[in-house]
Structures are given as C-alpha cells and as structure tokens.
Design a protein around this ligand. Sequence first.
Ligand SMILES: [Zn+2]
Length: 315
Amino acid sequence: MLSRKFINKIYYKIRPAIPRNIQIWMRRWLIRRQRLHHINEWPILQSAAVVPAGWQGWPDNKRFAFIITHDVELSGGHDKCRQLSRIELELGFKSSFNFVPLRYKVSKELRDYLTSNGFEIGVQGLLHDGKLFQSRKIFDERAQKINEFLRDWDAVGFRSPSMHHNLEWMHDLSILYDSSTFDTDPFEPQADGVGTIFPFWVKNASVDRGYIELPYTLPQDFTLFILLKEKTIDIWKNKLDWIVENGGMALINVHPDYVNFNSSKQKGEEFPIELYVELLKYIKDKYSGQYWHSLPKEAAKFSKDFFCKKLNTVL
Ligand SMILES: [Zn+2]
C-alpha cells in the first residue's frame, strides 16, 4: 500500500493541474483515509498541553486566551470581510484579517475600515502560488516584498499560504509574530505540527532577535466543514473545552471566502455563518469573564515580553 506521506507529496505536486472540484474530491478521500490513522493526535494531541517553563498565565488571570484570525483567499473573501467584522463586533469580538498582497486587489478603504474599528491587518504570503519556500532564492526575493507590504500596511503579523513554513528563514521577515503553524493538524500539506497550545519564541542566532510563533489550535473551517462535511461544531467545542482546561491559547482561522451569509445561495465550498456564530456565542456564554480575548499582535506582544524576560534572567 502507498504511504500517506507519498500520496500527499504526489498530490501537492500535481495539484496545480487539477480542477478545483476534483481537488476537493481528492482531499476528501484522503482525509477520510487519514483520519483513522490520526485518532490519537487530532483534533487533540494530549502532549500539546504542556505549559512552557516559568509560564505565569494570561493577563488578568484569565483561564485561556481566545484569538481570531482570518485568511482572505480571493477577492470574493475580500468582499465579505466587512460583513464578517460587523458580526464579530456585535458579539463583542475582534480579529485579524490576513490579505494576500499580490493575488487580488486589497482595498485600502477596507484596511482602513477594519483598523479603525479595532481589527488587525496581517500579510498572508505574497502570491499564494505554493512556491514561497521552494528555494532560498525565491524566499529571499519575496521576503523583501513582503517586508514592504508589512511596512505599508503597518502590519506586524505574517501567515503563510497553505501553512507552509520554515521558521529559520522567516527570521528575515520584519515581524513581531508568525502564525503559520498549528499544534496538530495531520491533514495539512506540511503536516509537522509544533505540538503546543501556547505561543513560543523563535530564537535567532543572536539572542535579542526573534519572533513569536502563534500556532492555530482549533481546526480550520475548511477542514471541518468542506472536507469532513461536519454539520455541527462539536469538534470545535470539544477542542476548546480541552484548551480551557489546560489554560492554553485557542487560536482559530476562519476564511471569509468559505462563509455563507445567505443560506438560500450556499455554494459547495461554503458553510453557514451560523456555525461560526454558534462558536462565538458558546465561548461568550460558557466562559464569560474567563478568557483573554486579544488580537494576535497583542498576544504576541504579551508573549514576547514574557519570553524575553525569561531569556534575560537565564542569561
Ligand atoms: Zn490561504
């Protein structure tokens, strides 16, 4: 029998030539096959609950941190950001929106609207063509451009398309934090989870430099609703409860592209907004007053202060 790793490798190599609906069909087939093998590591990897040495908890003694991020894939998603942000605001939440600078037109008006309403803007790769980490040369060239967008957009956070990552190379990005990893997600193209539900410091050779890594810890909407065709948010709720029990960071990535606001016209790669709203209400009702809800950049700042203080005392 062909190994899962091998099938994955071949699949991602030939993917660009495959029509989108066939891609989805193949990924569904793959994930159904893989899921059984990963029952002990997904959605919960028990060892990911280990608390970082010296960890003193979240601000204001909150039990856990809750952070919302959005990866905006195409112009269709771009055009849904306002509506999504309004729903979050109404429920008392805020989030970051990661735009791909050169894949579609990113409206300055939208960015301004979001930041002036307390949301954060991040940079998601550059082109979203799967090649960012293909060679050091490609990465170096693109890193320069990414840094320009970070500066122009006044952004401090990065998210890599398809969660491809090379934490060593990413020191060349002018970032406070990256969020291209996950505690556990065996269904990702680069499936090496970082195995923690806490932020961590990615140290450069020189101790004073580095960045914070904020892994996502709740499964992606696409995985749950498009690939696994889940009809409920039970997996989100169970994982969240477990993160709370362990005092970790619940970090989610919801794609505006896949959110459907109008049930009568739902497309194949969409899920009803009600499912996401249900999660926000669940957190709000069940854990009222118990969570530190922050933007990723705030969580990164807090974590950086903690890890730098720790490094200094060690030195
Ligand atoms: Zn993406």
